[in-house]
Design a protein around this ligand. Structure first.
Ligand SMILES: O=C(O)CCC(=O)C(=O)O
Ligand SMILES: [Mn+2]
Length: 209
């Protein structure tokens, strides 16, 4: 249950899925402090992916934290989780009331240094996340547009502005039917940190634990 001091979710209904957006889940001062700490303390690194046999640096910095069992493979890389930082534990605890359906055991942190950094179209549908993944996405820093479009090309794309201190929950079966991306925004000169909380492994939600 959402406690009374938290803002209500804006529900964004999708065909075959749904989003809950809490624009100010974190109050300004708390968001500022977490943003500063994460910028400094996360072990940001540049990731290399292989696409059609060619190596590329992804246009952002990333780091993966979680419980030891939450090893994760995507884009051909296996991610061994780093042990939780206190700030990441704090964020996990703070979002728990908004996502009673899931016990998060991992988080992928992304740093977009400025508007030239981005993330291409994809779904968070790796086998490790199970058939019906929930995703909770927390944003700090520069406001950026998060875009979704249906995998089958139907309907209109959906844009969601992700502000400092916001929480976006993607409900199942969104990942099965939609892809999402964070496009470049060349006017943006400030950094943004995004944390996507995931449940990696066998018992994925409280109901099937
Ligand atoms: O930065 C964002 O808002 C999106 C991140 C994302 O889609 C991911 O980490 O899988
Ligand atoms: Mn994603």
């Amino acid at each position: 249950m959402t406690s009374p001091q938290h803002p209500a979710a804006t529900r964004i209904a999708l065909s075959d899925g749904g989003l809950r957006l809490y624009a100010s889940w974190f109050a300004e001062a708390e968001a500022d402090a977490l943003f500063a700490a994460l910028l400094e303390r996360v072990a940001w690194r540049s990731e290399e992916i292989v696409l059609f046999g060619k190596r590329h640096q992804t246009p952002r910095r990333t780091a993966y934290y979680g419980d030891p069992e939450a090893a994760y493979t995507y884009s051909g890389n296996t991610w061994t989780p780093l042990p939780w930082l206190p700030e990441l534990r704090t964020v996990r605890e703070r979002i728990a009331p908004a996502t009673p359906e899931v016990e998060w055991n991992a988080v992928l942190a992304n740093l977009y240094r400025d508007g030239r950094d981005s993330m291409g179209w994809h779904a968070d549908d790796e086998p490790e996340l199970g058939p019906a993944p929930w995703i909770a996405s927390v944003s700090f820093g520069a406001e950026r547009t998060f875009r979704l479009k249906r995998k089958d090309g139907g309907g209109e794309p959906v844009n969601v502005e992700l502000t400092h201190g916001s929480l976006l929950v993607m409900e199942p079966p969104t990942q099965a039917h939609w892809v999402h991306a964070l496009p470049k925004r060349l006017r943006v000169t400030a950094p943004r940190v995004n944390l996507t909380f995931r449940r990696v492994g066998v018992a994925r939600t409280r109901s099937d634990a």
